[in-house]
Design a protein around this ligand. Structure first.
Ligand code: PMP
Length: 437
């Protein structure tokens, strides 16, 4: 007989279930910059949940918007119907996207946004009479969620080991992580723009007329905060344009102020054809994702379709009222508190704090952009990931939530943080790293 609070029933995602259930870490509440653990400890959130609670936890405006909407209008379909909240959010979102990317398709997660973007790319190519363009180009170390499209264009070893072949017709650019040339870069690393030329090699191999789209994260987050080398994204953009290939930026992490602007596209001055997002869109209070498509993409798919449904795709919960209400309240907070600019205002202070970790034991790289950082540790001989995992456990026990991926510590705090929080985070982290052998 199991107890009602037995932990074994929940098959936890991306977790070591066996290890966790022997020593569970449970969160019970959250407010502002902090979580409260189930044993009543305050935990400073250096990760904005999972890169998503950009405006800080349990914001009253968002809570009230959800509450009010839930009581008034629980659900309404958006297939051949609509409700004002979804249209209003799409308009507002379109206004903060790069010029021209204001046709918004709603999803419920980053993974769904990625698969939606890939399908839109295929639909676009067919609609303009280029149906032979069915291949995709992703990148090594790219993370694009967990749908079959996303794991196929992604470059995560674990997916390949567990799921095998996946979507056919996908190639990968080399990743841009290069400690030999770029270790301890502040902001964008100097070396690596030439890696974009991989697109030329793949075009030479397959023919441009077989390639639908290139998808990359402008800053790769989940595989350890890989900041694009100077000139790299610009060159990717140029080559896609040259070969008439769509460019998709997966901005699930980078959108909504993480790098100091509404999008990384704006920060780096490079505009793709399609942007995927999720996370910060609703401050994570209700799951929601979105795809922003350029007008040229939308017009081609919609105008050239035969009479009837143009894009054969959608989710029951696309534009869900509670998510739309949360999204509107979230965008209002971002604007009122000028939170996107916050990452720019604090960037130098943040970078100094990140790079002060340089001489701590086992640290082999520190990197930063906006309010995100990666601190890479040397893997323990014969036990990769163990050192960073130990840092994670020690941090949690001492009241600090960090994220680890491989042997990299990834930090991405809520954008409401103050300098004192930065001092506290890195002060604690330094103590933790000093204690790890
Ligand atoms: N794309 C990127 C770039 C991401 O970082 C993530 C999540 N970390 C996803 C897609 C998937 O998002 P979700 O977990 O909401 O499906």
């Amino acid at each position: 007989m199991r107890e009602p609070n037995d932990l074994s029933a929940f098959w936890m995602p991306f977790s070591n279930n066996r290890g966790f259930k022997q020593a569970p870490r449970l969160l019970a509440a959250a407010e502002g910059m902090h979580y409260t653990s189930s044993d009543g400890r305050s935990i400073l959130d250096a990760t904005a949940g999972l890169w998503c609670v950009n405006a800080g936890h349990c914001r009253t405006q968002i809570v009230e918007a959800i509450r009010e909407t839930a009581a008034r209008f629980d659900f309404g379909p958006t297939f051949q119907l609509g409700h004002p909240l979804a249209f209003e959010l799409a308009s507002k979102l379109g206004m903060i996207m790069p010029e021209g990317l204001d046709r918004i398709f709603f999803t419920n997660s980053g993974s769904e946004s990625v698969d939606t973007a890939l399908k839109i790319a295929l639909a676009y190519q067919r609609a303009r009479g280029q149906g032979s363009r069915t291949r995709f180009i992703g990148r090594e170390r790219g993370y694009h969620g967990v749908g079959f499209g996303g794991i196929s264009v992604g470059g995560i070893v674990g997916n390949r080991r567990q799921y095998g072949t996946m979507l056919g017709g996908v190639d990968h650019l080399r990743h841009t992580h290069d400690l030999a040339r770029n270790a301890f870069s502040r902001g964008q690393p100097a070396h690596g723009a030439e890696l974009a030329e991989d697109i030329e090699r793949l075009v030479a191999l397959h023919g441009a007329d077989t390639i639908a789209a290139v998808i990359v994260e402008p800053v790769a987050g989940s595989t350890g905060v890989l900041v694009p080398p100077v000139g790299y994204l610009e060159r990717v953009r140029e080559l896609c344009k040259k070969h008439d290939i769509l460019l998709i930026f997966d901005e699930v992490i980078t959108a909504f102020g993480r790098v100091g602007k509404a999008t990384a596209s704006e920060r780096f001055g490079v505009t793709p054809d399609i942007i995927t997002m999720a996370k910060g869109l609703t401050n994570a209070a209700v799951p929601m994702g979105a795809v922003a498509a350029g007008r040229h993409v939308y017009d081609t798919v919609v105008e050239n379709a035969p009479e009837g449904i143009e894009l054969f795709h959608g989710y029951t919960y696309s534009g869900h009222p509670l998510a739309a209400a949360a999204g509107l309240a979230t965008l209002a907070i971002y604007e009122e508190e000028r939170l996107f600019e916050k990452a720019i205002t604090l960037e130098a202070y943040w970078a100094d704090a990140v790079h002060a970790m340089k001489d701590l034991p086992h640290v082999i790289d520190c990197r930063n952009i906006g309010l995100v950082a990666g601190i890479e540790m040397e893997a323990r001989a014969g036990a990769p990931t163990k050192r960073a995992m130990e840092a994670f456990h020690r941090a949690f026990d001492s009241g600090l939530l960090i994220r680890v991926t491989g042997d990299i510590i990834a930090l991405s705090p809520p954008l409401i943080l103050e300098k004192t929080h930065i001092d506290e985070m890195f002060g604690r982290l330094a103590d933790i790293l000093k204690a790890i052998d």
